[in-house]
Design a protein around this ligand. Structure first.
Ligand SMILES: Nc1nc2c(ncn2[C@@H]2O[C@H](COP(=O)(O)OP(=O)(O)OP(=O)(O)O)[C@@H](O)[C@H]2O)c(=O)[nH]1
Ligand SMILES: [Mg+2]
Length: 281
């Protein structure tokens, strides 16, 4: 359902963009002081071209998202069959995704078998930080791409030993827009928002918060130094997604992290009991 909403909002956005372009051209045509009337015919042709381009743009977007959804569904089926809880971590660059993972892996590796897929534009810095915890990790470099997609994640799993893995974390590329539109087979999307970024971010980047099960408000240790209204941020996120769970945390002081760990424990248990129920049927 969420995927459908994402596709729909993407199409709506594209249509709005095309209409805007069209409007611009209309204004341009009606301009009384149009200096270059000789080019009018050319201009009209150009407008037609824009309309055709618009149509192509829409179907291309649908194809890309459709192809991604197909692989994402395959992954979902695989994770479900293998009893793996898959979580897609998203945020702006630097909100604390890797810091959260390092803390989480260090604490929960005594309880669960885990693995990490690290998405990054260019470096393997984050994968090296994860490897220090002793948890297996694979790095995907998107070479400039602003998000991970299902195929990248599917291919990367070949480099991990997935036998017995109970939680797979996918750290997406730092970006508050594109990652939310490409499902990677996850059970849940998790969004981090650090208090240094401003409490209006859910309003400004709605898709990510709308599609996430959890919002971690990170870096609360910095609250005394920044203008960030935690209540407002919660309200903005809840207005988009009434079921969103909010955990105020600090990966530096570890404040609030226990609630996040408890949520993870409960999700693993939920996943296992759902599978047990399915098998019993
Ligand atoms: N004060 C404070 N700093 C933090 C906290 N969490 C992370 N940081 C710092 O924020 C910076 C970015 O953290 P990362 O964990 O690398 O963030 P990221 O989201 O993984 O970044 P990208 O992968 O580049 O998108 C680092 O310098 C961290 O030490 C926190 O809770 N409090
Ligand atoms: Mg990172």
């Amino acid at each position: 359902m969420r995927v459908l909403i994402n596709v729909f909002s993407r199409i709506k956005f594209l249509i709005a963009t095309i209409l805007k372009k069209h409007e611009k051209h209309e204004k341009h045509e009606n301009h009384e002081n149009h200096e270059n009337h000789e080019n009018h015919e050319k201009h009209e042709k150009h407008e037609k071209h824009e309309k055709i381009e618009g149509k192509m743009e829409i179907s291309l977007e649908q194809n890309i998202l459709g192809a991604n959804d197909k692989i994402s569904d395959e992954l979902k089926e695989y994770f479900s069959k293998e009893n793996i809880l898959c979580l897609n971590l998203m945020s702006s660059p630097g909100s604390g995704k890797t810091s959260l993972l390092v803390k989480t892996l260090s604490v929960l590796s005594k309880e669960f078998s885990m693995a990490v897929v690290e998405g990054d534009l260019q470096t393997d810095n984050d994968a090296r930080r994860i490897a220090e915890t002793g948890v297996q990790v694979v790095q995907i470099n998107t070479n400039g791409g602003c998000h991970l997609d299902a195929k990248m994640v599917k291919d990367s799993l070949k480099s991990l030993n997935m036998n017995g893995v109970e939680i797979l974390f996918v750290e997406n590329v730092g970006n508050l827009v594109c990652p939310a539109e490409f499902s990677v087979g996850e059970d849940h999307k998790i969004t981090l928002l650090s208090v240094a970024e401003g409490d209006d971010k859910p309003q400004k980047y709605p898709t990510m918060f709308h599609s996430s099960a959890v919002m971690l408000l990170n870096k609360v240790d910095l609250l005394p130094y920044v203008d960030f209204d935690t209540i407002k941020a919660r309200e903005h996120a809840s207005a988009l997604n009434k079921n969103i769970i909010v955990f105020p945390v600090s990966c530096r002081t570890e404040e609030g992290l226990e609630a996040w760990y408890d949520w993870l424990r409960a999700e693993v248990a939920k996943k296992k009991s759902a599978i047990a129920f399915e098998n019993a049927e």
